[in-house]
Design a protein around this ligand. Structure first.
Ligand code: FE2
Ligand code: FE2
Length: 333
């Protein structure tokens, strides 16, 4: 008997996907989605999303108009106009589909995108500077698109999801944005390494890895924006508000550190299937045992590779690469 192939939508799944696409409003900043995409157009958009140089001369110091202009242009000009609904999910054999479905990430991934979207949109509302407002609003919109992409993937491969919680707007938008931004810095750093591992091991078909690649690079753009927003915010905040802000930054890291420890220990009210994902993630995406130091080195090199195409004068997220380098140094001893 021919193995059943997944990768096409039917029935209830179809309805879910069209609802998600209907919920996705047009992007802000006058940007538009491209339809139908030709292979050449996809390749050009993909290249544009990864490479960007500012035409501003000299140093780009956070807090200056030149820096703000450059970051806003970077974010707008690296926008990838793909439409979630036209993504062609490759057909998978039952074995490959079973591996995909058993990844313990789908509930947490969908809910993380939903939360990130509302938190970014809520914070953008509070930002008066039009450049930063527009960039952060677009970032929030892109999180909604990630959620649509995941909805399509989940439907195409029959992944069962837990019912989604509501996503209420945050009561403290700046705090929520800080937590979301740093959380993306941590998660993306590990995701870059795990994604490369999945690709190298051939555990998943290359077409599936390729289909998901734009989402990975988009997360790189997001944390690039966040690192530069942080620099701008620090530079433009009145001196008397700085101490409280820095306390919030410390509190956000402490909160995220504790949250990840409780995730790994299996407490904190998250579904059981998501426990220990970072610990067992390399096994789950590659089918191989990879040492912690090997995975850390891969995360570092992937992080460098993904950021390499953007203007070197823009700030990069530094904490995760720094912590990882320190940990590797200690482990070598
Ligand atoms: Fe996202
Ligand atoms: Fe993001």
């Amino acid at each position: 008997m021919e193995p059943k192939e997944f990768g096409s939508l039917s029935g209830a799944a179809d309805a879910y996907v069209s609802r998600m696409d209907a919920e996705l409003a047009p992007p802000p900043l006058g940007l538009a989605l491209a339809d139908p995409p030709s292979a050449a157009r996809i390749a050009a958009a993909d290249r544009a999303a990864r490479h960007w140089q500012s035409s501003e001369p000299g140093e780009l110091r956070p807090g200056t108009d030149a820096h703000t202009r450059a970051v806003a242009r970077m974010f707008r000009e690296t926008f990838n106009p793909y439409k979630p609904a036209v993504i062609d999910w490759p057909k998978l054999s039952e074995a490959a589909r079973a591996r995909l479905v058993s990844l313990p990430i789908w509930d947490i991934a969908v809910q993380t995108e939903g939360k990130a979207r509302i938190r970014m949109l809520a914070y953008a509302e509070t930002v008066r500077d039009p450049d930063w407002h527009g960039a952060i609003e677009l970032n929030g919109w892109e999180e909604g698109r990630h959620k649509s992409v995941l909805a399509n993937l989940v439907a195409a491969y029959d992944v069962a999801l837990a019912p989604e919680p509501p996503y209420p707007p945050p009561r403290h938008p700046e705090w929520a944005y800080l937590v979301t931004g740093f959380s993306e810095c941590i998660d993306s750093f590990f995701a870059f390494g795990l994604f490369a591992l999945a690709e190298r091991s051939g555990f998943f078909p290359p077409e599936l890895v390729e289909t998901f690649e734009p989402v990975m690079q988009e997360e790189c753009r997001h944390i690039l924006l966040f690192a530069n927003w942080l620099g701008w915010h620090r530079a433009t905040l009145p001196w008397w508000r700085r101490p409280f802000f820095e306390l919030q930054v410390l509190a956000a890291w402490a909160f995220l550190g504790l949250e990840r420890i409780s995730l790994a220990r299996g407490v904190g009210g998250v579904p059981d299937q998501d426990n220990n994902f970072t610990v067992t993630g390399s096994q789950a995406v590659s089918g191989q045992d990879v040492s912690v130091s090997e995975l850390m080195r891969l995360c570092l090199s992937e992080n460098d590779r993904r950021f390499a195409g953007y203007d070197a004068r823009l700030l990069r997220p530094v904490t995760m690469p720094w912590l990882t380098r320190m940990a590797l140094r200690v482990m070598r001893r």
